[in-house]
Design a protein around this ligand. Structure first.
Ligand code: FA5
Length: 338
């Protein structure tokens, strides 16, 4: 037999084996094909191999080389088909490496991220105090993030260095930005609902702050808003005190420090005592009459208080986390502890 004929037979065999292996849908079928082509005694490859004796002597090395190549490719085709059948589950219980007596691999249960847990808990506590949940968009316009909150055009809070502005599309007339505070939701709720109002809003806010132990460029705030007849600063203070003791325990020390926000008058910073020092957790105050007017409320009829607390800082204070960045590194060894 000429070398050419020998190689032709081999290649034909390889083609047939390859389609038999890839058409097999059951492991038994694949095994039958393996015996047909690769069987040690009567396999078809063996039969072709026997013909090598008839190839002229000087062409035998080349014939042997081709035989080996074809053999390897047929064997590879078989392994590939086997892997396919095992991994798609067509093969059941046949894997010889499976040992049912070995101990199983433990599967750890997942859990909610500490920030999600905190958000759920804050929502529960405030719910018990009569505050229902409101939501607003994370992409905001200047009207809701600034104008309606009594923040004038030249106020530093509008600076491009303080905000993530989004490049406006040419047909857009409104400048858009990632909201820098949840106070935006106050206006959205008051625009849509007449008083009385008692809501909280929990969500992400964004500021180009450099990350350090207490700051992160994306963080969460809990906004609270209550508007009704004769709401006073005493209501604000007692609500925040009740919230703080419910969430952090009776021994928590809370301090109100005079401050300024354009949308509240008077305004305070809210500090909790932690780790031997006072730490700022949020801002608060009585809703500025200009804000009430901008949503069509009459400041002679109703008054209100608002507050905005940093959710990460509450979570850190609760669990003794010293670096906010740990909350966002997503190291399961850290997250598993909560
Ligand atoms: C505000 O954002 C006001 N909107 C709060 C407010 C609401 C005042 C309603 C009056 C009425 P301030 O910028 O101080 O205020 O942020 C509030 C809290 O968010 C801070 O006290 C802090 O706890 C948290 N916070 C601010 N920046 C960051 C940051 N980069 N990373 C983590 N937490 C932050």
């Amino acid at each position: 037999m000429s070398l050419q004929d020998f190689c032709h037979q081999l290649n034909q065999l390889a083609e047939e084996a390859s389609s038999a292996f890839s058409n097999a849908t059951e492991i038994e079928e694949l095994e039958a094909a393996r015996i047909e082509f690769l069987g040690a005694k009567n396999g078809r490859l063996k039969s072709v191999q026997k013909l090598m004796g008839t190839v002229p002597k000087e062409e035998k090395p080349k014939a042997g080389q081709t035989l080996n190549q074809v053999k390897t490719s047929i064997q590879d085709g078989f392994e590939e088909a086997k892997t396919r059948l095992v991994s798609d589950g067509s093969e059941s219980g046949v894997d010889p490496t499976f040992d049912a007596t070995l101990p199983g691999l433990g599967r750890r249960l997942g859990r909610l991220h500490p920030i999600s847990q905190t958000i759920n808990e804050l929502t529960d506590i405030m719910g018990r105090l009569g505050f229902s949940l409101a939501v607003g968009p994370e992409i905001e316009d200047e009207h809701h993030n600034f104008n309606s909150l009594n923040i004038p055009n030249d106020h530093p809070a509008r600076d491009t260095l303080e905000n993530f502005y989004l490049v406006p599309e040419s047909e857009r007339t409104k400048q858009l930005l990632l909201r820098s505070q949840t106070s935006t939701v106050q206006v959205r709720v008051m625009d849509a609902t007449p008083p009385p109002i008692r809501i909280i809003s929990l969500g992400r806010v964004y500021r180009p702050d450099t990350a350090d132990a207490t700051h992160y460029p994306m963080f969460h705030q809990m906004e609270g808003l209550m508007v009704d007849q004769a709401v006073t600063m005493a209501d604000l203070k007692s609500t925040l005190r009740m919230f703080a003791t419910s969430y952090l325990g009776d021994e928590v020390s809370i301090r109100f420090r005079p401050s300024f926000f354009p949308f509240t008058e008077p305004s305070v910073e809210v500090d909790f005592y932690w780790n031997g020092q006072w730490m700022e957790f949020g801002g608060a105050g009585m809703v500025d009459p200009n804000v009430l007017r901008s949503v069509g409320y009459d400041p002679e009829e109703v008054t209100g208080f608002a507050f905005g607390l940093g959710v990460e800082r509450l979570c850190m204070r609760r669990y003794g986390i010293l670096d906010i960045r740990d909350l966002f590194t997503n190291d399961v060894r850290f997250l598993r502890q909560f």
